[in-house]
Design a binder for this molecule. Sequence first.
Ligand code: PBG
Length: 322
Amino acid sequence: MNLIQRPRRLRRSDTLRALVRETHLTPNDFVYPLFVCEGEGVRREINSMPGCFNLSIDELVKEVDLAVRVGVRSVILFGVPDEKDATGSQAYAEDGITQRAIRALKREVKEAFVIADNCLCEYTDHGHCGVIRDGEVLNDPTLDLLARTAVSQAEAGADIIAPSNMMDGFVAAIRAALDNAGFEHLPIMSYAVKYASGFYGPFREAAGSTPQFGDRRGYQMDPANAREALREAALDVEQGADMLMVKPALAYLDIIRAVRERFDLPLAAYQVSGEYSMIKAAARLGWVDEERIVIETLTAIKRAGADIILTYFARDVAARMA
Ligand code: PBG
């Protein structure tokens, strides 16, 4: 009798491997993050994110149309306003860049599903995610502004509000404001577990949102903490979040797994700018095979437990799947 186990039997052909594969990616899994700026005909490549652009609204419409054609219907928008001030007033202006972009997308790309990132840092001149007094980011006064931002995004036609700001109580504040304004049907995808991460570096170039003093460690989470992630997620569930997010993704697969096991809500993970840029940079040097490790990292994120992946590779990967 031969007692040796032979797992290799199931790896002998492509068809067999496909048959026993446990994790599958589809374009429906992806949310495509996009940066929208003022102007017309603007398609300005982001230096540290080759292949990603600041897009004026007309160019944004074209980009989303192309994404939809390869099956990526969900996008998340980040506004890059021309004017910034201390309270980030362009974040909640009725004619703010994000509000106009949402309106244009909903009008011009029939299948586009538009998620509105809800934060102030792209709109404040100091680059922090909230109102400042004496060098401190104030919590509760910031909540009012986030709530206003959410309602203005809803009025513009956003399909989901995704608060990313990490003030305490932000989900409850936004939920109450949306309900009051008649948007009780609109889901909240909470960036519940958002770490203070060096992986956001290229995004800050893209959005011009680098803090002008200090850093975000007073509101975003310490990368060393896992139990705290479950506590943050539990608070957001209590406050009415419909979906949860963990961010960044690849360095936090254990956190994705832990949140998946503890909570039943749909779970998103954000493969952030730095994760994108590292792959692009290494591929440019010829040190890794980009197509291969993009699929490998996305598969790992899904295998860890994410249902939804926000990724700058969304359109590219989906195009290759088609
Ligand atoms: C806004 C926000 C950030 C990201 C998403 N929403 C930046 C930050 O917190 O500094 C980062 C996304 C990325 O790096 O791709 N608060």
